[in-house]
Design a protein around this ligand. Structure first.
Ligand code: APR
Length: 254
């Protein structure tokens, strides 16, 4: 296919996706790590993703955390400190704009980087948790994330609660229960979702990916194929940071 044809096809798909977003009465975005890669945050299952290192993936479980919390923090904390410094990219801002424009009811995200909130999205369901604070594994009291940063600087990992318990990040590790926002997002979708805009997810992790089943129609913006492509009304096989601003412009142009 020539470059000209590819360009024309993208224009057509953008017009179709914009029409669906304009007509939808209860549309939501569902995002994964791919929406943050253009902010410098690696995803998990792309060839250069975090899980290309199986040892790292094996550490991302609740059991591995409890077995050796210092090793867990040594493996993930430096990466997370970069997440906390990262800036939203045009994809995050485009979703915030669609919400402000009344075309999205909010963003359901698997990401813990907080970039949707930073970009101005007001309704964000963080179904795998976030990095805003730590929680004590014993007394469940919260503590500022900086306690972990200080423990790292002092070579005193894992960070500990005043009660002596280990402080853990408020994120969902493999094999653990979902964050409270998962049930909140589910309840919202159950009340109706005529369109879901999926951005940057392999849709391969459950129960998160099951939320996509509640949408009457799907638009998928993803560099790689997903198991839900056959159900999508429109697939934009492009970088989110490139196409989402164009999608917003197309929605507004009507
Ligand atoms: N634009 C569009 N798509 C992108 C971009 C981009 N800039 N960058 C990456 N992608 C796509 C990749 O092609 C990939 O299919 O985003 C997808 C990211 O998929 P994963 O790496 O599997 O990330 P995600 O779907 O969020 O994983 C879900 O798995 O390990 C757990 O808790 C972790 O929340 C994560 C969950």
């Amino acid at each position: 296919m020539t470059g000209q044809n590819k360009k024309a096809m993208l224009e057509t798909f953008l017009r179709e996706a914009a029409a669906l977003l304009r007509e939808a009465s209860c549309a939501y975005a569902f995002t994964g790590a791919g929406v943050s890669t253009e902010s410098g945050i690696p995803d998990f299952r792309s060839p250069t993703g975090l899980w290309s290192n199986p040892e790292l993936m094996a550490l991302a479980t609740g059991d591995a955390f409890r077995r050796d919390p210092a090793r867990f923090y040594t493996a993930f904390l430096p990466q997370w400190l970069k997440y906390r410094e990262a800036a939203p990219n045009p994809a995050h801002r485009a979703l915030a704009e669609l919400e402000a424009f009344g075309r999205l009811g909010g963003v359901i995200t698997q990401n813990i980087d907080g970039l949707h909130r930073k970009a101005g999205s007001r309704t964000v369901w963080e179904i795998h948790g976030h990095l805003r604070h730590l929680v004590c594994d014993d007394c469940r009291k919260t503590a500022p994330f900086e306690v972990a940063t200080e423990a790292l600087a002092q070579g005193a990992l894992p960070p500990r609660c005043a009660c002596g318990g280990v402080l853990r990040p408020d994120v969902v590790l493999f094999g653990e229960a979902m964050a409270p926002d998962f049930e909140r997002a589910l309840a919202t979708l159950r009340r109706g979702c005529d369109l879901m805009l999926v951005v940057g997810s392999s849709l391969s992790v459950y129960p998160a990916a099951s939320l996509v089943e509640f949408a009457d129609e799907l638009i998928i913006v993803n560099r790689d194929p997903t198991p839900y492509d056959h159900r999508a009304a429109v697939i934009l096989r492009h970088s989110a940071g490139e196409v989402l601003p164009r999608l917003v412009a197309a929605v507004k142009a009507a």
